[in-house]
Design a protein around this ligand. Structure first.
Ligand SMILES: Nc1nc2c(c(=O)[nH]1)N[C@H]1C(S)=C(S)[C@@H](COP(=O)(O)O)O[C@H]1N2
Ligand SMILES: [Mo]
Length: 508
């Protein structure tokens, strides 16, 4: 058996290092595309970098800023990239003899990025995906390199293996460049939309302050900031629409079709209204609910102008990505001020919340009303169509159910005086009373904060003289007509959960 010569071996290890670096670059390119498609900023390097920034001691941060000035972020990213590629080169070398040893390096690096991404507060549910995609891609490419190179390890003079290595390197390098370019195109479309969003001048509400008295002691903020607002939709990548390209057609069973541009919309009479949105999928005690100040144009005005036919009973609204909702015409024509919203808490709608225009209907779950990235409204009849969720096992009609939630305490408290607080909601009906009980004892009346309107949630609080031990707190609400909340447990499907929210509290 011929042992490879040292010179040849060093050539081999150089090739192996190049293979490791190329595998990492291919992974980063694929991760970049995944991030662009998902509309997340969490590329593997950004994920690691952001987690790093949160953890570096202040003196190091200050040093970096004084060394690199406003380029400190670029310097950090470059530094992370250099370290990643150096480790990937080591992985490439290890993989020549034992693929799993090189693979372990890739798994650790990708794992660090995945963990970094999941611990970011701004990463959302998909923030880890780019790092995961990057890891899988790098593992596959590394495998291809290790196969070629272990061939060369056995037969150092084998021209076919050498050419194979060169071809693979060239292919991976070109492929990575092409994939990275694709990521840039997709990412560029998003930044064009975010730039257009930042440049918008909108008719905004006179004040963003919540009405006086609506915030109860200790409870969740009455007004939900945009960044904390729950997000639910079927969009794997966020539809990107520039206001200048947005058009809405209102058609179907109407006397006059209406076509509106974004400018047309802004020229109309604008209203500002606090409305609490809720998702039908919200479990008892869940957080798929948020309260915001919406600005927009009343659907009642637009629909009246279009002149719905007297036998129409619904609209089917359609989003850019094909999602549809079916909403009773009556809820758009009555006095509840259903609207085409273009602003949320005084800002243009965030891209994730439907930019540039969505529907907001007080009193209905989102799946039957709150179409984001709205492009089309057809006036029709419920017996003429099925909206997106209807054939998937959810009810055609989705009025929000009376519900209440305990926000504090959630698990622990110190013995003595404890503020128990939370929210209760029954949009477009209103909440009249909230009661709390301890360990199944008698119901006790909570104090309600001021009611801003029947279309928003209402805060409550109750002072508990908490004895040591394990206790169960329960809450129930009553609607404006005095009806109590449904106590029997029901799952969210097909039209909203019921049951009382209970929390186990350890009082120490
Ligand atoms: N285009 C589109 N709009 C949509 C949905 C969707 O999947 N696609 N989901 C609806 C559902 S189920 C809810 S609860 C609300 C959530 O709105 P938010 O993400 O702004 O909180 O949007 C609604 N609008
Ligand atoms: Mo929803």
């Amino acid at each position: 058996m011929n042992q490879p010569q040292p010179r040849r071996r060093s050539g081999l290890y150089l090739r192996a290092a190049v293979g490791g670096v190329l595998a990492a670059l291919a992974g980063l390119a694929a991760g970049g595309v995944a991030a662009a498609v998902l509309g997340t900023s969490q590329t593997p390097v950004v994920a690691i970098g952001s987690a790093f920034i949160d953890r570096v001691p202040p003196w190091l941060k200050d040093l970096a800023i004084s060394l690199f000035g406003t380029h400190d972020k670029t310097a950090l990213k470059t530094g992370i990239l250099i370290v990643l590629l150096a480790l990937a080169a080591v992985g490439g070398i290890l993989a020549v003899r034992r693929y799993w040893a090189g693979a372990a390096v890739v798994v650790i690096l990708a794992g660090v990025a995945v963990i970094a991404a999941t611990t970011r507060p701004d990463a959302g549910q998909t923030g880890f995906v780019p790092s995961f995609v990057a890891g899988i891609t790098a593992l596959i490419i590394l495998r291809l390199f290790s196969q070629r190179l272990s061939g060369l390890l056995k037969f150092p003079d084998d021209g076919v293996s050498r050419r194979g290595f060169l071809q693979l390197s060239a292919g991976v390098a070109l492929g990575s460049v092409a994939v990275a370019a694709l990521g840039n195109v997709v990412g560029g479309r998003r930044s064009a939309v975010t730039d257009a969003r930042a440049a918008l001048k909108l008719p905004l509400p006179p004040s963003l302050n919540p009405p006086a008295g609506v915030q109860a002691a200790g409870a969740t903020p009455w007004a939900t900031p945009n960044a904390d607002f729950y997000r639910i939709d079927t969009a794997l990548s966020v539809p990107l629409i520039k206001p200048a390209d947005w058009k809405l057609r209102i058609h179907g069973m109407v006397e006059r079709e209406i076509e509106l541009t974004f400018d047309d919309l802004l020229k109309r009479n604008v209203v500002h209204k606090w409305v609490t949105l809720t998702c039908v999928s919200n479990e008892v005690g869940g957080d798929l609910i948020g309260n915001a100040l919406w600005s927009g144009v009343l659907l009642k005005d637009l629909l009246t102008e279009a002149g719905p036919s007297s036998d129409a009973d619904a609209i089917q609204s359609t989003s850019k990505d094909g999602f549809t909702a079916g909403t009773p015409l009556s809820t758009l024509l009555d006095d509840r001020e259903s609207m085409l919203a273009f602003a949320m808490n005084g800002q243009p709608l965030p891209v994730e919340h439907g930019f540039p225009v969505r529907i907001v209907v007080p009193g209905l779950y989102g799946y039957v009303s709150a179409t984001k990235w709205l492009t089309d409204i057809e006036v029709t009849r419920f017996d003429q169509f099925q909206a997106y969720w209807t054939p998937r096992g959810w009810s055609e009609l989705g009025p929000i159910k009376l519900s209440s939630r305990i926000d504090v305490p959630r698990s622990k408290a110190s013995a003595g005086s404890v503020t128990v607080a939370g929210v209760a909601w029954d949009q477009h009906v209103g909440v009249s009373k909230v009661e709390v009980r301890v360990d199944g004892g008698p119901w006790q009346q909570a104090t309600l904060a001021t009611d801003a309107s029947i279309d928003t949630w209402r805060q409550w609080h109750w002072n508990w003289d908490a004895p040591r031990g394990n206790h169960v707190l329960q809450v129930r609400a009553f609607d404006a007509k005095g009806n109590p909340q449904i106590e029997s447990q029901a799952a969210p499907a097909p039209n909203g959960s019921t049951g009382l929210h209970s929390v186990d509290i350890k009082v120490g």
